[in-house]
Design a protein around this ligand. Structure first.
Ligand code: SF4
Ligand code: SF4
Length: 94
């Protein structure tokens, strides 16, 4: 869902303010400076990155037999890259 001009974005929430919508309605992926990029050849589909991502921004897609990053919510923390046993994720400057 896109935030329209009439609605406040997350940038307008005052410190310690109460959010008036579900967090899934704010596309907070623009916080990130670095973006995780996966090497499809190295990835073993072990799904550890799915478990470790603190934002739930990596999804298992059973129909594809593969994972997908949701850059609308990824914060670029790099935890997935750090935890990947195959070193298949590289953090790249956006
Ligand atoms: S942790 Fe690494 S090897 Fe495992 S699914 Fe994620 S990217 Fe692929
Ligand atoms: S960089 Fe952080 S927020 Fe983004 S997918 Fe990896 S673990 Fe999740």
């Amino acid at each position: 869902m896109r935030v329209t001009a009439k609605e406040k974005s997350w940038k307008e929430i005052s410190p310690a303010g109460v959010c008036w919508k579900a967090s899934t309605q704010f596309l907070t992926g623009d916080w990130k400076t670095y973006k995780p990029v996966r090497d499809l050849e190295k990835c073993t589909r072990c799904l550890l990155c799915v478990l470790f991502c603190p934002d739930g921004a990596i999804h298992w897609k059973p129909e594809k037999g593969d994972i997908e990053f949701d850059y609308n919510f990824c914060k670029g923390c790099g935890i997935c890259a750090n935890e990947c046993p195959a070193k298949a994720i590289e953090m790249k400057l956006e």
